[in-house]
Design a protein around this ligand. Structure first.
Ligand SMILES: Nc1ncnc2c1ncn2[C@@H]1O[C@H](COP(=O)(O)OP(=O)(O)OP(=O)(O)O)[C@@H](O)[C@H]1O
Ligand SMILES: [Mg+2]
Length: 247
């Protein structure tokens, strides 16, 4: 039986107030079944990052509910929420968020240390090797390219083997070879380990690795496609669902 790892119901998110008020999510209801790979697409500003942040308990929505593994995040206090995020959720930020004073290996092992677990060298090494960075373990973020920093951030999100991995444009700074490596890795989490992956991307070729594509437009779900797809079929459906603005 398929169960839903993450359920979102009537999610509304608002930033700012008065004339600067922006409704980033305007009533989104969907769910992410366990052991599935979902791509979230849509124009810049359509609410993709906000959706991921709310689903991962990093932002609190103004209305609606988020449930992770049957637990309603809105019912949790800050400490309980932090513990749930640490134990069950991996997050790859759009802006990497690496700690600049730590090496690549220390960044990767940080979630284990924060959880009070003693990181095994081989887990950290294997995590870096899985993203093609075995030889960069001792480098600090300032000594790594943008794409390499992104891959360290991915290794860090996976090291605790979380039930659900949210990745915000994880291939945005990567060339096509490194992108393929990361997308195959995310696919393998789902196929081989039954983890749940939710990935924001602008790239139809990346979305084609997913089982399902959600299209956001102006904070609302505009369309939902189910795979299997190709890059061309995803691109064609997006063009139909969200016409290019004429300018
Ligand atoms: N911290 C913030 N303060 C005010 N407004 C914000 C903030 N973060 C996001 N927004 C606004 O909320 C809307 C949704 O932003 P979000 O970052 O979710 O978009 P996105 O779909 O991830 O875009 P992109 O593809 O450019 O990353 C945008 O209009 C944005 O300007
Ligand atoms: Mg974003």
């Amino acid at each position: 039986m398929t169960t839903d790892t993450v359920t979102l119901t009537g999610l509304r998110a608002v930033y700012g107030s008065g004339s600067r008020r922006v409704t980033a999510l305007d009533g989104v209801t969907t769910s992410f079944a366990s052991g599935t790979f979902t791509a979230v697409m849509g124009p810049s500003g359509s609410g993709k990052s906000t959706l991921l942040h709310c689903a991962a308990g990093l932002d609190r929505p103004v209305a609606g509910t988020v449930t992770v593994d049957g637990i309603r995040l809105g019912d949790l206090g800050e400490d309980e929420l932090t513990r749930l995020r640490r134990d069950r959720i991996g997050f790859v930020f759009q802006a990497f968020n690496l700690i600049s004073s730590l090496t690549a290996a220390q960044n990767v092992e940080l979630p284990l240390r924060l959880a009070g677990r003693r990181p095994a060298d081989r887990d950290v090494t294997a995590g870096l090797a899985a993203v093609g960075l075995a030889d960069r373990a001792g480098h600090r973020p300032s000594e790594l390219s943008g794409g390499e920093q992104q891959r360290v951030a991915i290794a860090r999100a996976l090291v605790t083997r979380p039930a659900v991995v949210f990745a915000d444009e994880p291939t945005g700074a990567l060339d096509s070879a490194a992108s393929r490596q990361v997308l195959r890795l995310l696919r393998a989490l789902v196929d081989e380990h039954g983890q749940t992956v939710v990935m924001v991307t602008h790239d139809p070729a990346a979305a084609a690795y997913a089982d399902r594509v959600l299209l956001l437009s102006d904070g609302r779900l505009a369309d939902e496609l189910t795979g299997p797809f190709t890059a061309a079929s995803v691109a064609a459906r997006i063009a139909d669902a969200i016409p290019e603005p004429s300018c």
